[in-house]
Design a protein around this ligand. Structure first.
Ligand code: ZN
Length: 368
């Protein structure tokens, strides 16, 4: 069996997607958001900056273990037709009354969930519950980040409806990984938000407006690149992986004219603003005294369980978000390398390969 898996790894072309911003970008967003906070808050948040950074991707890990987690990361605006931004009630209860909760859950609930998390964070501050403050702050940063990704506002989330498979990982993982080191993330200090629900919708609106360029530029550029120039191979650990080439990524990044940087920067600012607003609404509790907190054994165990659940991945989600893979639009079904777009790392590839058994006949042949 092992040798078949190995053969499979070598012979299949795989596109592995990440979800929301890639792990790298989510972690950067949560980390940098700390520096926008006022002095009364920064003492506390800096003290736990490692936690906030490392756990910026928890919601993505949970989506494999928790029913109902997946829709919190996106909203398919296009299924509601033109002017969805105006048609969709911005407040949850009204939206449920108009469309039913089932419908909303089917097409994603990210803007409402952000606001829900904000209220939870305010409550955690009121109770001075450090454990909850940290968990919710990290999660909230994640959902706000996701709301800033244009491909999280469409049913065509991975270009699967337009022959652009893989674009999700290209925009949100490949580009930040290649170019974010040169971004200017300074966005000033946090400001109080008078209407957090409306602010959450503004982030979705900004993302949805950027969607047209995201898809169109990739399509235009693809016409200018031969297949072997659009993709290249890179070493990840012991495995050679197929990625969008540096040249293609660079050209696409240039066409987008700072779009990825702007969306990432806006995410950072909004995360600071939400953390700050929740704290103000809770009556500005003294956070200095909370820096002596250490996680209980129970909490540490919970974090560990969450990690393990992620590795098992028993809750199915959308294909591009499951860490499973789709053959790229090129239709390549056999080659000498693994095609990875995203940043999940080798263990995920191995797991995904095992789960792929029922997905494609080519892989069945190898496994049986
Ligand atoms: Zn996500």
């Amino acid at each position: 069996m092992t040798k078949y898996i190995f053969a499979f790894l070598l012979c299949m072309s795989i596109a592995i997607q990440s979800y929301g911003w890639g792990f790298y970008a989510h972690q950067r967003i949560n980390r940098l958001a700390v520096f926008g906070l006022p002095p009364e808050m920064i003492v506390f948040y800096k003290h736990y900056i490692l936690y906030l950074t490392e756990n910026a991707v928890n919601p993505d890990k949970r989506r494999y273990a928790v029913d109902g987690e997946a829709p919190r990361h996106y909203i398919d605006m296009d299924v509601y037709g033109d002017s969805a931004l105006y048609k969709l009630p911005h407040h949850w209860k009204e939206a449920v009354a108009k469309y039913t909760e089932d419908t909303l859950q089917t097409y994603g609930i990210v803007p409402w969930h952000i606001n829900f998390m904000k209220y939870q964070l305010t409550e955690a501050f009121k109770q001075k519950d450090v454990n909850r403050i940290l968990r919710i702050s990290a999660d909230l940063g994640h959902y706000i980040g996701d709301a800033h990704v244009p491909l999280h506002t469409t049913e065509n989330y991975n270009g699967q409806l337009t022959g652009q498979h893989g674009i999700h990982g290209l925009w949100e993982s490949r580009l930040p990984e290649l170019f974010a080191a040169n971004y200017d993330f300074f966005s000033g200090t946090a400001t109080y938000l008078t209407d957090t629900q409306e602010t959450a919708w503004q982030s979705v609106a900004g993302s949805h407006m950027a969607l047209d360029s995201v898809l169109r530029f990739e399509k235009e550029l693809t016409k200018q690149f031969a297949e072997d120039k659009k993709y290249s191979f890179e070493q990840r650990g012991n495995i050679t992986v197929r990625v969008y080439s540096q040249a293609f990524s660079k050209a696409y990044h240039r066409m987008l004219a700072g779009q990825v940087e702007r969306r990432m920067k806006a995410s950072i600012k909004m995360v600071s603003d939400f953390w700050y607003t929740a704290w103000v609404d809770a009556g500005q509790p003294d956070l200095v005294e909370l820096t002596k907190f250490d996680f209980t054994e129970q909490e540490k165990q919970k974090l560990e369980e969450e990690k393990q659940q992620w590795e098992k991945r028993h809750v199915p989600s959308r294909p591009h978000e499951s860490g499973l893979f789709q053959l790229p639009s090129t239709g390549i079904t056999s080659c000498e390398h693994i095609h990875i777009i995203g940043d999940e790392g080798i263990p995920s590839i191995l797991m995904s390969v095992r789960r792929r058994k029922n997905t494609f006949s080519e892989s069945n042949a190898l496994f049986e």
